[in-house]
Write a protein that binds this ligand. Structure first.
Ligand SMILES: Cc1cc2nc3c(=O)[nH]c(=O)nc-3n(C[C@H](O)[C@H](O)[C@H](O)COP(=O)(O)OP(=O)(O)OC[C@H]3O[C@@H](n4cnc5c(N)ncnc54)[C@H](O)[C@@H]3O)c2cc1C
Length: 410
């Protein structure tokens, strides 16, 4: 016998669960909602923790998805600093840390992602950080304030964003990355080089084509060594080596998992009445015609809301084109729609030197993704063309001509 029963159990205290709860109430759901999160904070947005929060320009509360009082005011029970330990899909009950057994009607997995840990020699030294939560950001800021030099491992978003934030606050930084060019995995070599030249012009050293071999230190990290023999002295390290979906509880509970929690096009997992949203899941995308997994703030929000609507009977496919943004200090903001798995052509539009351009990634004559620096209006059109699978094979020149009307490409 369960200790109690709820109509909606939301597992994980991040963007996906918080927006699912808000959407349930917005749509008039009157049933009981229980949101269980591992962290001590109410659900918050993570982007600021590598940006304005890391730089000390914002408070924790600025990042909260809802003010703490919202939960009580809206009849959403929020259990923080608590794990969902196990879930029985037969009896439809979950065990919450502390021992309480909760029966549920519908459930959402919004368990997010975990950072990849690099277990190399010297990894036990102090001063080696990962970044996923407020506490990590606090520790990095404290170390960076006293550091002469910080090394970032990883040339993607976390590495470049943190290097930008720390450099902007006066700490000198180097990035060590397996890829030859910063941000090239998502944006390709040409656009990646544009971003790399920008961060180098601000003082960040970039070492591409370098793989971490070991850390040197005597209790505290003193240097980073790479496989090619490069050695960089430092007082702190921040690792941004990607994340993997947190599908552990789902796997233990017998849900289908392929690295991520497997969902259909409606964000339904393999068990009826249990949905998944955000970083923890992969889903059958009707827009892309393939299964995709992304780790984007906007997607976690939209999918949390979409799962809520489907719990209430909408039964609709999730058809939003994934959107991502990143800021490198106040140097540049970028936006991206996609994700392009691969592409056979890049078309540039706008003023590359002036820092106002979009890059269009085309595959088989269709838009597979698009990047914007200062041209959000282009991205709206790229999103439309991607969703509608518009044949743009005869429109390359129109796309490249920044004076042309993209709305005319149909
Ligand atoms: C430093 C940083 C910067 C970022 N910047 C950007 C950006 O600029 N743009 C962008 O688009 N995206 C960005 N992202 C990605 C974005 O933040 C994520 O895509 C988003 O947070 C995913 O939300 P989520 O709800 O799926 O998961 P999460 O935010 O990870 O939340 C899941 C929560 O569930 C908890 N949990 C897991 N298992 C259990 C359990 N069994 N019981 C209870 N709780 C559990 C986890 O501890 C976690 O607190 C950034 C991420 C980081 C870390």
């Amino acid at each position: 016998m369960a200790d109690r029963e709820v109509d909606f159990l939301l597992i994980g205290g991040g963007m996906a669960s918080a927006h699912c709860a808000a959407e349930l109430r917005k749509r008039g759901a009157e049933g009981s909602i229980l949101l269980v999160g591992r962290e001590p904070e109410p659900p918050y947005e993570r982007p600021p923790i590598s940006k304005e929060y890391l730089r000390g320009e914002a408070e924790r509360a600025d990042a909260y998805v809802n003010p703490p009082s919202w939960y009580e005011e809206n009849g959403v029970e929020l259990l923080t600093a608590r794990n969902v330990m196990s879930l029985d899909t037969e009896s439809r009950t979950a065990k919450v840390q502390g021992g309480e057994e909760v029966a549920f009607g519908n459930a959402l997995f919004g368990t997010g992602a975990m950072v990849n840990i690099l277990r190399v020699e010297g990894a036990e030294n102090e001063g080696i950080h990962y970044l996923r939560a407020f506490g990590n950001s606090d520790a990095i800021r404290a170390d960076a304030e006293n550091a002469e030099h910080v090394v970032l491992i990883g040339g993607s978003y976390i590495g470049t964003e943190v290097a930008a934030s720390l450099t902007a606050k006066g700490t000198s930084c180097s990035i060590v990355a397996i890829e030859e060019v910063a941000l090239s995995r998502t944006f390709g070599t040409d656009a990646g080089r544009w971003f790399q030249e920008l961060i180098e012009s601000k003082g960040v050293e970039f070492h591409g084509g370098e793989e971490l071999e070991a850390y040197e230190g005597d209790g505290r990290v003193g240097a980073v060594l790479t496989k090619s023999g490069l050695s960089i002295e430092c007082d702190a390290v921040v690792v941004g080596a990607g994340v993997r979906p947190d599908a552990m509880l789902a796997q233990r509970s017998g849900l289908e998992v392929d690295g991520a929690i497997v969902c259909d096009s409606k964000l339904r997992t393999s068990v009826a009445g249990i949905y998944a949203a955000g970083d923890c899941c992969s889903y059958e995308s009707v827009v892309h015609g393939r299964r995709i997994h992304v780790e984007h703030w906007d997607v976690a929000m939209q999918q949390g809301m979409h799962a809520a609507a489907n719990m209430l009977g909408d039964d609709a496919d999730y058809e939003v084109v994934p959107y991502f943004f990143s800021d490198l200090a106040d140097w540049v903001s970028l936006e991206y729609v996609g994700p392009a798995q691969d592409w056979d052509e890049e078309v540039w539009r706008g003023d590359r030197e002036g820092g106002e351009f979009s890059v269009w990634y085309l595959k088989d004559g269709q838009v597979a993704g698009a990047l914007s620096v200062g041209r959000s209006e282009d991205l709206a059109q790229a999103r439309r063309m991607l969703a509608d699978r518009v044949d743009v094979s005869g429109s390359r020149e129109a796309i490249a001509d920044s004076g042309s009307d993209l709305a005319a490409i149909v």
